[in-house]
Design a protein around this ligand. Structure first.
Ligand code: NDP
Length: 237
């Protein structure tokens, strides 16, 4: 069977659902990752042809193993599931909030990526797209720039995405000789349920999904271990 398959974690809504929709339109069989079967099934029906439900809570090791056992070959993994519990400053953020945020945004990505590596290795041109955030850029956080107003808020979230960026580089290096491309995407502020600021001030999630699709379809001579904005421009670490 030569059908191309993709998995998008947290694809029952928001940016992930739009990424799944684009991959399905591109001809992929798309596993719509959702920790809630009902919400996931609704997204599958909305996306239509090519979409399949994969119940997947990225913080549940047994569930991840069960999900991975259902997928033989995986061409594209989009680590999209993420949470942003608060916009609190580091001075107001306790260890528990970091732990909870990293559990999904960092450890979840590690657990899912490692579990699906055997299936990715069966694909001829495996691609991993990690949905990061421009707010994780240490350069943008410390230098005046048009993309992002430096602030010190959302400490747990932003440091979790900075860790995800580091892991993107490390996985890219570890898997470069095996033909993988592993890159991180800064989707830009999008109107989703992620946090109150995103819901109030964000742009169209579908636009960000185009950026993820581009990284999912990278040709073999493309970069690996990079950090890109939704429009394809490199983001400084
Ligand atoms: P949403 O809140 O709309 O979607 C987040 C998705 O992640 C939901 O499907 C949610 O599922 C899922 N999710 C959360 N925790 C888990 C878990 N433990 N296991 C599986 N799925 C989980 O937010 P966005 O679409 O905005 O976020 C998508 C990605 O984009 C995130 O990584 C986010 O950090 C990133 N991003 C978003 C920006 C924005 O402005 N919106 C800006 C920069 C980055 P459920 O419905 O069950 O909660």
């Amino acid at each position: 069977m030569n059908e191309r398959t993709a998995l998008v974690t947290g694809a029952n809504k928001g940016i992930g659902k739009d990424i799944a929709r684009l991959l399905a339109a591109e001809g992929f069989t798309v596993y719509v990752g959702s920790r809630d079967p009902g919400r996931g099934q609704r997204a599958v029906e909305e996306i239509g042809a090519g979409a399949r439900l994969l119940v997947l809570d990225v913080t549940d090791p047994d569930g991840i193993a069960q999900a991975a056992a259902q997928v033989d070959r995986l061409d594209v993994l989009v680590n999209n599931a993420g949470i942003s519990p608060s916009l609190a400053q580091p001075t107001d953020t306790g260890v528990e909030e970091y732990r909870r945020t990293y559990e999904t945004n960092v450890f979840g990505v590690v657990a899912v990526t490692n579990a699906f590596l055997p299936a990715l290795r069966r694909a001829p041109h495996p691609r991993i797209v990690n949905i990061s955030s421009g707010t994780a850029s240490l350069t943008w956080s410390t230098t005046p720039n048009p993309q992002f107003t430096p602030t010190s808020g959302a400490a747990a979230y932003r440091s979790s995405k900075a860790a995800l960026n580091a892991l993107t580089v490390l996985y890219a290096q570890a898997l470069a000789d095996d033909g993988f491309k592993v890159n991180a995407l800064a989707p830009g502020l999008r109107a989703t349920d992620l946090n109150p600021r995103a819901a109030a001030a964000g742009g169209d999630p579908a636009e960000a999904a185009q950026g993820a699709l581009r990284l999912a379809l990278l040709p073999d001579d493309s970069p690996t271990g990079g950090f890109f904005s939704w429009d394809g421009t490199p983001v400084p670490w």
